[in-house]
Design a protein around this ligand. Structure first.
Ligand code: FES
Length: 79
């Protein structure tokens, strides 16, 4: 099964804007969903720091995230 790559930025601006909440929320996904995701962290994604917190899912960058938005993006784009 090919994994979906989720990169969450933990650089300082993203950290200050709640990156830890995003990481924590992914760990709470139901098992089936969580198994399909390879979770990585990054120290900056495309210099989008002014739009923190930022994550990349399967190569696409998403900004101004919160756990609800991230969950929706993943549900809609997971392979
Ligand atoms: S530090 Fe997160 S996008 Fe730059």
């Amino acid at each position: 099964m090919s994994k979906n790559i989720l990169k969450i930025c933990i650089g300082t601006p993203c950290h200050l804007m709640g990156a830890a909440n995003l990481l924590e929320s992914v760990e709470k996904f139901d098992c089936k969903l969580r198994q399909k995701i390879e979770l990585k962290t990054s120290h900056c994604i495309d210099n989008c720091c002014d739009q923190a917190p930022v994550a990349e899912f399967n190569g696409k960058v998403y900004q101004n995230l919160n756990p609800e938005k991230l969950y929706k993006i993943i549900r809609e784009n997971i392979k």
